[in-house]
Write a protein that binds this ligand. Sequence first.
Ligand SMILES: Nc1ncnc2c1ncn2[C@@H]1O[C@H](COP(=O)(O)OP(=O)(O)OP(=O)(O)O)[C@@H](O)[C@H]1O
Length: 606
Amino acid sequence: MPTQTTLWESLRRLYPHLKPIIPRLVLGLFAALGASVMVLAIPQVFRVLVNDALAEGQASSTVWIASGIVLVLGVLEAVFVALRRFFVINPATTVETNLRTSFYRHLQNLAVAFHDRWGSGQLLSRAMSDLNLMRRWMAFGAIMLVVDAITLTAGVAIMFFMSWPLALIFLTAAVPVMIYGFRFRTSYSRVSRKSQDQAGDLATTVEESVHGIRVLKAFGRSREALDAFSDQAEELRETEIHKAKSLATFSLIVTLLPELALGASLVTGILLAVNGDVTIGGLVAFFATAGVVAGRVEFIGPLLAMTFTAKTAIDRHYEVMESENTITGPPDPRTLTDPHGEVTFDDVSFRYPDAKDTSTSVIDGVNLTLRAGETMALVGVTGCGKSTLLQLVPRLYDVTGGAIRIDGIDLREFSLEELRRHVAVAFEDTTLFSNSVRENVLMGVDAQDDDDAILTEALDVAQAHFVYSLPEGVDTLIGEEGLSLSGGQRQRLALARAIAAKPRVLVLDDPLSALDVRTEELVEERLREVLADTTTLIVAHRPSTVALADRVALMENGRISEVGTHTELLVRSDHYRYVIASLTEEPVDLDSELEELEHNDQEARA
Ligand SMILES: Nc1ncnc2c1ncn2[C@@H]1O[C@H](COP(=O)(O)OP(=O)(O)OP(=O)(O)O)[C@@H](O)[C@H]1O
């Protein structure tokens, strides 16, 4: 539920960003005021023109001079409008870019738990359209509101100076306009918030269906997706219509009432002129000024709408910016100068932030020690918490109980940079960025001279030699905007990325699942060599991956129930035999495998 703030409170949040550009905004404001002064001056020239220049006996040159002055004032008005744009456009776009950059930086820093909760379209619409709305308000709306208020005050003052009874009649229209303005503010703010949120949800739907286009097509669900999208688009359309109607009604009132007041003052004005209480020139000037004032009042509708939309955009922006980053480093971080890579899980528990209070912990008191340089496979039935446990090691989530330590130091005592220097990860579900193969693989490598050697080795271990036959070799653009790769190719690059980082601790979430058996064998052979000194925790969904490990940890309902070698666990754990049997691609006869193991054991002892 978004926090409620007043219009002023919301707008004030922009102040720190506006502060550096205030001098330019003030210049823009003066330019806009200059344009208004020109507009208000023109009726006064009319007054002189009608009362004096057109009076009998005046030389025609006076008419030309007066017309010339009107022309100059008109040109000056255009110049001032251009100057306003010139002064504010550049700084406003700079502020927009700075806000966008800090928004992106904050998104990068926010914990994974935050991203679990937020739809990508909501973040996209905040990063793009909301900031655009804020920029337009800074560059135009804010300035014009001030200028409008000053012009209106000055215009009404001039009208009073010229004829107070006529001005008073005109001003009666302001009372209902102001009363309606308050109601408009509340209703328009609400509908504007709704439409911006719905636009964000719609963007999420587009994003999801573009990502999932293959699944939608393969399951023939494009029509259903379209129907769901059309419903959402229709809801947004209805909100937009509601919004437009609300603005149209307000605009009708702010247009109609001043016009009616103008009509009433015209009749009164003619009577006053007949009685000689005002001159004809004065009457012409009064109505020309009233026309300017009425135009400004009409303009208030769109300006207020723009301001309320900007308020919503600011609120939505700060909802993200004020979301706290829950995963941070300590003020005095520890460092590991000569890491060995022993990893201990000490009574570790974890619950997802959005889990129901009544549900049990996903990780429930895990105690496990990975010796330095050891490769440990983590096996268990689906949903028992393996991937969750792995994500706690690079602190993608923080433990909710107990502690994970590397070489005896709690992960939370390292800075995040230090921790991620020692820990690298590869997930089953791989993400590649729209960059070259080289940049994707060397993502976790600090810039250094032997980049090429690291790249070659990592690609070799991951059996990703296919990259050399891509159109531009390792410089080929891959990811969303580049060449599409197969699932197995993507996995091999993700594995190469984890290996290239040369971490002390490697966390692999079933990184070989999409490889064919032959490639998997080759990868494993090479992995065994490079993992010799790296402490590795690897989730295994295939027996061949289990074979990589020195020891195996069996996970059951968020706990580690057994730890031992594959053979030991086969002998002593029914559940392990059950899990291994369910992992096997082809059914195996576990009893004969056990017999064979026992036979081998006896032979070794003999
Ligand atoms: N982001 C999340 N928010 C809330 N619950 C989650 C989240 N991710 C996973 N879970 C839940 O946590 C439990 C453990 O999931 P996890 O992915 O760790 O299991 P797993 O053992 O790795 O399963 P698999 O072998 O199928 O990959 C599941 O019940 C899952 O629904």
